[in-house]
Design a protein around this ligand. Sequence first.
Ligand SMILES: [Zn+2]
Length: 238
Amino acid sequence: MTEALYQTDSYLREFDAIVTGVEGNAVTLNRTAFYPGGGGQPHDTGTLTAGSYTWRVTRVRKAGPDVWHEVEGEPPAAGTTVHGQIDWERRYQLMRTHTAMHILCGVIWRDYGASVTGGNMEPLRGRMDFEFEGLRQELVHEIEAKINAEVAAARPVRVKILPRAEAFQIPDLIRTKINLLPEGIQEVRTVEIAGLDLQADGGTHVANTREVGPIRIADYMSKGKINKRIVVELEGTA
Ligand SMILES: [Zn+2]
């Protein structure tokens, strides 16, 4: 099993670990800071190093309790101590983008009562789908101003890992379909934007909304009478 260092410290860029398994061009480690993807956030990329040899990590994925790192070239053998380093610029852009998406769905729920049905992101650009019948072009500017006000409000972003039973008592989490979590999952990781949004979420986030920087609503699409899509973009350097 891989200890998921990214779950408790999203700012960790480098770490040491031991290769605990090899399959084809992929290795699993006893601990990792590489995010394996999930919740609309893409996996990290980066490098593993041992001595004078460096492997490029091109893909990361979770399989049961293990995180697998696909590398270029012949992978390091089981038992090798490696130094991992994630591509920090890309990851930090994804952290800012992910938090921006939570700001967006928090504002849209609070002020318009519309819920999210899906979303996806790449560095500095994200899209979210809402059940939001009343969304129209005039509202888009209003929403953009509101989400930027939440960035300016410098709200702390807090991550907690709660026992399942405790998480199930929190009304905000029920709203975000926590009840769909598989039976076997005994702990629930929550991401709270203080005073704005609380979700069960596995992603890596910035510690304060001010780190997101200015958010632009780049596109808005009607995907039917009720289903609407909003696309947001961030600036390259916060
Ligand atoms: Zn999320």
